[in-house]
Design a protein. Structure first.
Lengths: 439, 277
C-alpha cells in the first residue's frame, strides 16, 4: 500500500478546491505577514518523549505560551511508551495530539505510510506562517534529508541530531603516544596497542542484536557498503563482508568479555568505569562522561570524528524531529510550535546544554562559544561529523526488523561464524522483508 | 534417648531455617540490591566488580524523586485508583461470587475468567475510543473502571471457593426464618468469609497498584500513576539508576506495609478456602 495514492479524481478535486479557495485565502494573508499571535487563544496538546532535547525545551514552553498567546498542554513519556500511546491515539483517530516528537530513524517511513505526519512543505513556503528568521537552509543537508520523504514531503522539523563519533582515553593514548584513528586501516593496530586486559580493553562497541545495528555503519559506510542497491538488499556485497569482518574481529579480540550482549548501556558503563580505551557511539553520551557523579573518566576523554576508509568519510546520524499530526484540528497552530521549538534561539539553548542540533548557525553562536558546557574537541568532532552525516539506518518501513536481521548476523560473527556466511543468510531475510513491506 | 530426640529436633529446626534462608535469599537479595542501589551515587551503581556492602551513601536519589518529579501527586493518584478499583471490585464482585457459588453458575464464572485471559492490550484501542468519546481520558474514573478488568476476576474467582465452603444448611435455615437472599449473603455468608475478603482485597489492590499498560494510555498528566513515574526516569541513552531505585523502593513500601499488616488474614484467607469439612 502506498500512502494516499493520487487518483485522477482527487487531483481534479484538489485543483478545483485550490482555484476556488485561492483568492480568498491568500489575499488577506499576504497583507497580514507573519505573526506569532495569529492563533491566540487556541490550545495545543503535544506528545513528547523523554529525551535530553525535551528536558531543555520543556523549561521554555511557558515562553512560547506568552509569545503566541496559546495554551500548551503536553505529556512526556519514555520513547517506547510514547510510541504506544501515539499508535493508540492515531488508530482511534482521536485528533487529540497536535504535535509530537518523533524518532525519525525508527518511524520515519512507517508513520509516513500510515499518513500520520502532516507534510510541512506548504507551511514552510508560506511567509505568513513561517517566521522570516527561521531559515530552513540553516539545517545541515543531513538533517534536511533526514526529515524529507522519498516523495519530497517534509515530515518534521529536525530537532536533535545524534552523530557517531570516537571517544578515546587521552591519558592512555598519551602513555602509548598514540593518536585517534584517521583511517579504518589504523584502527586495528591502534586498538591492539592499547589492549591490556584485564585493566584496559582495547575497544567497546555494541554487540547485542538490534542495538549493534546503529554502530555497525560507523565501519560499514567508510568501507563503502550500503544497505540497498537500486532498491534491492545489498547485505552480501564484498564491502559488507569486509565491514562485518572488521567489526566482529575487533569485538572478539579486544573487547570486554560478554560484549556480544552489550547494549549502549553496558558499553557506556564500561567506558565510564575506566575499563576501555576506545568507544565509538552516539555523541550524546559525552554529557555523562563529563559528569563526575556518573563517570570515573571525567576530563580524560578525547573526542574525534570517525575514521575514513576506502569508501569515503561518513558519520552515521540519527534524527529526531517535531512533527505535526495529520489528525490535529489546528495544524497551523501546531506548526507554529514546531517552528518555535526548532528555531535558532532554542537550538542555541540546546547546544549550550550539551545537546547536539543540526543547525549550522548555532555552532558559531557567540553564546555557545562564551559558555561551552563540553570540551572544545567535542564541539569540533560533532560539527565535523554533521558535515559528513548520512542517515545511519535504511529508510524503510521495517527498520526494527532490519535491525534484528543484521544484529543477529553481527552476533554470530562475534561468536566466530564467517562473515560471508552470516551475511548471505541476512541478505536473504532482508530481501524477504523488503518484498513484504516496501512494495 | 531423650537427649537424642532433642538433638534431632534441634537439627530439624536448624535444617528448616537453613532451607528457609536458602529459598529466601534470591528474593531478599533483590530487595537488598534495590535498597542499596537507591543509596549509591551513579558512578558506584555501575561499578564493576559491584560493591555489595561498602559504598558511599547518598540520599540524592530520594531528593531527586521528590524535587524533580511530582511524586506525591503520583502516589495520591495510585492510592485513589487502587482503592477505588478495590472497593468497586468488592461491591460488584462479592455478590457475584456468592451467587455463582450458591447457584453453581459455572458458565458465568468461565466467562468472567475469559475476560482476564484475553491480553489487556486487546482492550486498549476500543477503550480509548470509548473513554475519549465520553471525555473520560485522564480521569480517575477511566482508570478505576479499566483496572477492574484485572481486579474483578481475581476477586470473584478467589471468593467463589470461600462462599462454596459456607454450609448451604445455614442459608436454608435463615431463609426458613424469613431472611431474604440478600440478607443471607449480607448477614450470614459475608461475616464467615471475612478473611477471604481481606486477602482478595489486598491482591486486587496490588494488581491495580502495579498496573502499567492501561495507565500509560488512559492516564494523562494529572492522573499519572506510580509505575509510569518510574519509567520516566529512563531517558534517551541514559538511565538514572539511583533515582530509579529510590522511586522503586518508595513504591514498594506501601504495598509491603499493607501486606505485612494484613499478613495474618492472608494466610488464614488462603488456607480457609482449601479446607473442606
Amino acid at each position: 500500500m502506498t500512502a494516499r495514492p493520487l487518483t485522477r479524481r482527487r487531483f481534479l478535486q484538489a485543483m478545483t478546491a485550490g482555484a476556488a479557495a485561492g483568492p480568498f485565502v491568500f489575499t488577506p494573508a499576504r497583507a497580514q505577514g507573519f505573526n506569532w499571535k495569529r492563533f491566540q487563544g487556541k490550545e495545543l496538546f503535544l506528545l513528547l518523549t523523554k529525551h535530553p532535547f525535551i528536558d531543555v525545551l520543556e523549561k521554555n514552553i511557558p515562553e512560547f505560551e506568552s509569545l503566541s498567546g496559546m495554551k500548551v498542554k503536553w505529556e512526556t513519556l519514555p520513547e517506547i511508551q510514547a510510541r504506544q500511546k501515539l499508535t493508540v491515539e492515531m488508530t482511534a483517530n482521536s485528533g487529540g495530539i497536535d504535535a509530537f516528537f518523533t524518532s525519525l530513524h525508527v518511524e520515519k517511513k512507517r508513520f509516513w505510510k500510515a499518513g500520520w505526519y502532516h507534510p510541512l512543505n506548504k507551511f514552510l513556503d508560506d511567509k505568513t506562517l513561517t517566521s522570516p528568521d527561521f531559515d530552513w537552509n540553516d539545517f545541515t543537508p543531513g538533517a534536511r534529508a533526514g526529515v524529507t520523504q522519498p516523495d519530497g514531503s517534509i515530515s518534521a522539523l529536525a530537532a536533535f541530531v545524534d552523530a557517531n563519533v570516537v571517544f578515546y582515553r587521552k591519558d592512555l593514548f598519551a602513555a602509548k603516544s598514540a593518536s585517534p584513528p584517521k583511517t579504518l586501516a589504523d584502527l586495528e593496530p591502534l586498538v591492539q596497542k592499547l589492549h591490556a586486559p584485564p585493566a584496559t580493553y582495547g575497544i567497546v562497541l555494541r554487540g547485542l542484536k538490534n542495538a549493534n545495528a546503529t554502530q555497525y555503519p560507523s565501519i560499514l559506510f567508510p568501507m563503502g557498503g550500503t544497505y540497498l542497491k537500486d532498491g534491492k538488499a545489498a547485505l552480501d556485497s564484498k564491502e559488507q563482508v569486509a565491514a562485518l569482518e572488521l567489526y566482529t574481529k575487533l569485538l572478539r579480540q579486544y573487547a570486554p568479555p560478554g560484549v556480544v550482549n552489550f547494549n549502549w548501556y553496558e558499553c557506556s558503563a564500561s567506558f565510564m568505569q575506566s575499563q576501555v580505551a576506545i568507544y565509538m557511539d552516539g555523541v550524546n553520551f559525552a554529557s555523562q562522561f563529563e559528569d563526575a557523579a556518573k563517570s570515573k573518566v571525567v576530563g580524560k576523554v578525547g573526542y574525534a570524528v570517525l575514521p575514513s576508509g576506502p569508501g569515503g568519510h561518513f558519520s552515521p546520524i540519527y534524527i529526531t524531529g517535531m512533527a505535526v499530526s495529520t489528525q490535529s484540528r489546528s495544524k497551523e497552530a501546531a506548526y507554529l510550535f514546531a517552528q518555535w521549538a526548532t528555531n535558532k534561539a532554542n537550538m542555541v539553548r540546546e547546544l549550550m546544554a550539551g545537546v547536539g542540533v543540526g543547525r549550522t548557525s548555532t555552532w558559531d553562536s557567540a553564546d555557545v562559544k562564551a559558555k561551552p558546557k563540553m570540551p572544545a574537541d567535542w564541539y569540533q568532532a560533532y560539527q565535523a561529523s554533521l558535515k559528513i552525516g548520512r542517515q545511519g539506518l535504511p529508510e524503510i518501513v521495517g527498520v526494527t526488523e532490519y535491525r534484528d536481521i543484521i544484529g543477529v548476523a553481527i552476533q554470530k560473527g562475534i561468536e566466530g561464524a564467517p562473515a560471508a556466511q552470516v551475511l548471505a543468510q541476512a541478505q536473504k531475510e532482508f530481501q524477504d522483508l523488503l518484498n513484504r513491506t516496501e512494495s | 534417648m531423650v537427649r537424642g530426640s532433642a538433638t534431632r529436633r534441634w537439627l530439624g529446626t536448624a535444617g528448616f531455617y537453613a532451607l528457609a534462608v536458602l529459598f529466601m535469599l534470591p528474593t531478599a537479595f533483590v530487595f537488598y540490591w534495590m535498597l542499596t542501589l537507591s543509596l549509591k551515587p551513579q558512578v558506584e551503581a555501575t561499578a564493576f566488580p559491584p560493591s555489595f556492602v561498602r559504598f558511599t551513601v547518598t540520599l540524592a536519589g530520594y531528593r531527586e524523586v521528590f524535587t524533580k518529579y511530582p511524586f506525591v501527586l503520583y502516589t495520591w493518584n495510585s492510592l485513589v485508583v487502587a482503592t477505588g478499583c478495590t472497593l468497586l471490585g468488592l461491591v460488584v464482585g462479592l455478590p457475584a461470587a456468592y451467587s455463582i457459588a450458591r447457584w453453581r453458575q459455572q458458565r458465568l464464572a468461565v466467562v468472567i475468567l475469559v475476560a482476564r485471559i484475553i491480553p489487556g492490550i486487546a482492550y486498549l484501542i476500543p477503550w480509548y475510543i470509548f473513554f475519549r468519546s465520553l471525555r473520560m481520558v485522564d480521569t480517575y474514573g477511566a482508570l478505576i473502571l479499566t483496572h477492574l478488568i484485572v481486579g474483578l476476576p481475581i476477586i470473584i474467582w478467589v471468593m467463589i471457593s470461600f462462599f462454596e465452603d459456607v454450609p448451604a444448611d445455614l442459608a436454608d435455615a435463615a431463609l426458613i426464618d424469613g431472611c431474604s437472599h440478600f440478607g443471607v449473603f449480607w448477614r450470614i455468608a459475608l461475616p464467615l468469609v471475612k478473611p477471604g475478603v481481606v486477602a482478595t482485597a489486598i491482591l486486587s489492590f496490588v494488581f491495580s497498584w502495579n498496573n502499567f499498560l492501561f495507565s500509560v494510555i488512559l492516564a494523562g498528566r494529572s492522573t499519572r500513576t506510580l509505575p509510569i513515574a518510574v519509567y520516566t526516569m529512563i531517558s534517551y541513552e541514559e538511565i538514572n539508576w539511583g533515582t530509579l531505585a529510590a522511586a522503586a523502593t518508595l513504591i514498594t513500601l506501601p504495598v509491603l506495609l499493607v501486606a505485612l499488616l494484613a499478613q495474618r488474614h492472608i494466610v488464614t484467607g488462603l488456607t480457609f478456602g482449601a479446607v473442606k469439612q
